[in-house]
Design a protein around this ligand. Sequence first.
Ligand SMILES: Cc1ncc(COP(=O)(O)O)c(C=O)c1O
Length: 355
Amino acid sequence: MWIADMDFCTPQFIIDALQDRLHHAVLGYSIPGEEWSKAIINWVNDRYNWKIENDWLGFIPGIVRGIAFVIKTFTNPNDKVMVMSPVYHPFFHVAEDNGRQPEYCPLIIKDEIYYIDFNLFEEKVKNCKVFILSNPHNPGGRVWTKEELQQMASICHKHNVIVISDEIHADLTLKPYRHYPFATVSKEAAECSITFMSPSKAFNTPGIISSYSIVPNDNLRATFNSYLTASELNQGNLFAYIVPVTAYSESGSDWLEQVCSYISDNIDFVDKYLTENLPIIKFIRPMASFLIFLDCRELNLSQPELENLFIEKAGLALNTGTMFGPEGKGFMRMNIATSRATIKEALDRIKAAIE
Ligand SMILES: Cc1ncc(COP(=O)(O)O)c(C=O)c1O
């Protein structure tokens, strides 16, 4: 129940398409082709009403790598890169490991929902070259509102900050919430941002690596693309292009609707279980995706004690909250993209361990 992939089988129509390709006797070089860009352009338009141009689109070999490439392209050693913690840990590790300084802008929790302190946001981001946004947010499962995104855009644009909008979890936005691609919320947002998307989380294909960038701003795109081209970093393997083409189809939409519905029911199940049996543990209800940030602060345990409780006593493999920054103290992250029986077993074990 830790790393963010699902226990659910990758949809059969994707497996079939990959297997079909293997029936061709030659596993040669490949290029994305028109059907790849068409599939993405249509998907993004149908789901998010975002009309993107073919030129804006480019293959990237993974989103974390994409983030590293942006950092290398647009910043210098010791430059600051802002993240809103607690947040998906590679955001700050990639900055640090590339000799840049992460600038942490902690989110605030109110009634188990994460919010942005915009005064702090501006104060911190104005000294940064890049801001990495998890849109929606991991581990808080927060779907940002259009107004919040507009406010981030206007501040970042004013201070010449490039926004990386990591939208890997977007297709798993749960009802009744709505995902807004960052670049769509204002002219400023389109001008200052680089968006990364991928079918990998929603269709459980992260091992294939089939992500892509969308960059409306000509200058940003030219600079980014020249970095990628110089090292042929924008070339995928032959399976990489098949996944979006197959996933972004009618079968894909149907499958995704069922997955989101099952995930929503799992979240309700956890909610009910905790309320009835373990009210000492609260949780941040995900508005998107399958990661639940369990708020265990009322247990009053140190982080090693909390880890010991969940990992050693309950025998569960969860992510410890502090992995996502110091603000994760008192939290554990649980992946609930699994069968309800497994979730029940996990919750029973947590209950027994606490008792
Ligand atoms: C917010 C976020 N971005 C990126 C990734 C990983 O993307 P990739 O495997 O394409 O590097 C994850 C995986 O959990 C994630 O949660």
